[in-house]
Design a protein around this ligand. Structure first.
Ligand SMILES: NC(=O)c1ccc[n+]([C@@H]2O[C@H](COP(=O)([O-])OP(=O)(O)OC[C@H]3O[C@@H](n4cnc5c(N)ncnc54)[C@H](O)[C@@H]3O)[C@@H](O)[C@H]2O)c1
Length: 327
């Protein structure tokens, strides 16, 4: 199987490449990434690769992993690079809710136009499967846990951009017979996330650097934290699945408040350092675009794909913290 991963150098992408390399049926992985929020720093830790600094330099190689520095907003590159690909896993995105609020146009261009480019390229080149990384942010404020069929009312440009990308996927699935799989990840954490501004990565980075952590609001908002390797196993299961186009929630179905998360992080640091650690923290204002809760029901993917998350939050935090401390 020949896979193209957009955004393959990012947090989920680097973990996914490492995960997929274990499987013999994955013959080639082509990564398209513009290095806007990441770099080769993670991938170079676990595999050899062939790097092309632009599409103009690209030549087919025997290397199992090829990395092309390119912007997903370039449709001509999308059209050329998706020839003879079996599946596109579309991860590239502007993934920050806060950044989508300060620069909605960029979120739209990357998340909507960029997704459209790769869907349209998939149609032209008859790529059989397209997997979209989406998010629980499409739901806005609703009663958790969200089911796939719930009404979607995004409260951030990021959520809107993901919802728009989803509708294009569904339309392409129905109209052009591309198998589109929309995976709505809950809040991911794990190794290769040092560059991220997401809550667990940010808190750990700050604590390691003896900086204060700032909690937006009263700490009662809840999230559904999923260990990144569980996301990778869900993606791999979907790659094997040749069923109709569909949507799945890749989540744990469990809610943890920010206050409880901090206690767990503190406890995990204490285990690793074998001495008590006092986290410096302060409470700030609620952040625009932040949902009160983001917990997703994973019943559908459990039932239809026989997938379930394997790592609980305590185990995942331990592995994540060990990685952050060593790196
Ligand atoms: N991490 C999470 O908790 C989470 C939750 C829900 C959904 N998602 C989605 O999963 C996907 C991966 O997220 P992540 O956490 O790995 O993010 P990330 O920021 O670590 O990775 C995104 C990658 O896309 C690349 N990229 C950005 N704009 C690009 C462009 N215009 N052209 C080419 N490459 C570009 C970046 O350089 C980066 O390597 C995203 O679509 C995100 O919205 C993530």
């Amino acid at each position: 199987m020949k896979i193209l991963i957009t955004g393959g150098l990012g947090f989920v992408g680097s973990n996914l490449v490492e995960y997929l390399l274990k499987y013999k049926n994955i013959k080639k992985i082509i990564i398209v990434d513009n290095f806007s929020s990441s770099s080769i720093q993670y991938i170079e830790k676990f595999t050899k690769y062939k790097f092309f600094k632009s599409y103009n330099h690209y030549k087919k190689s025997i290397s199992k992993v090829e990395i092309i520095k390119a912007n997903i907003n370039n449709f001509n590159i999308a059209k050329k690079i998706t020839k003879n690909i079996d599946c596109i896993i579309h991860l590239a995105a502007e993934s920050g809710i806060d950044k989508s609020i300060t620069d909605p146009l960029n979120a739209f261009n990357v998340n909507v136009v960029g997704t459209f480019n790769y869907l349209e390229a998939a149609r032209i080149n008859k790529v059989k499967q397209f997997i979209l990384a989406s998010s629980g942010a499409v739901f806005g404020n609703q009663k958790p846990p969200f089911k796939e069929i719930y009404e979607r009312n995004p409260i951030s440009p990021y959520g809107s951009s993901k919802l728009t990308a989803e509708t294009f996927c569904q339309t392409y699935g129905m109209t052009f017979k591309i198998q589109t799989t929309i995976l709505r990840f809950s809040n991911a954490y794990g190794k290769y996330s040092k560059h991220k501004n997401s809550v667990i990565a940010k808190f750990i980075n700050n604590i390691i650097n003896s900086k204060q952590i700032v909690i937006n609001g009263n700490g009662k908002i809840t999230r559904d934290y999923i260990y990144v390797e569980d996301i990778c196993s869900a993606i791999y299961k979907c790659l094997q699945n040749k069923k109709k186009s569909t949507i799945y929630h890749v989540s744990t179905n469990k809610e943890t408040s920010l206050n409880d998360l901090i206690k767990k992080i503190e406890h995990t640091f204490n285990i690793i350092l074998n001495s008590p650690l006092q986290i410096k923290k302060k409470y700030g204002k609620n952040r625009l675009g932040d949902m009160k809760s983001n917990s997703q029901s994973n019943n559908k993917i459990k039932k239809e794909m026989n997938w379930s998350p394997k790592t609980n939050l305590n185990q995942g935090l331990l592995k994540t913290l060990e990685w952050f401390i060593l790196n």
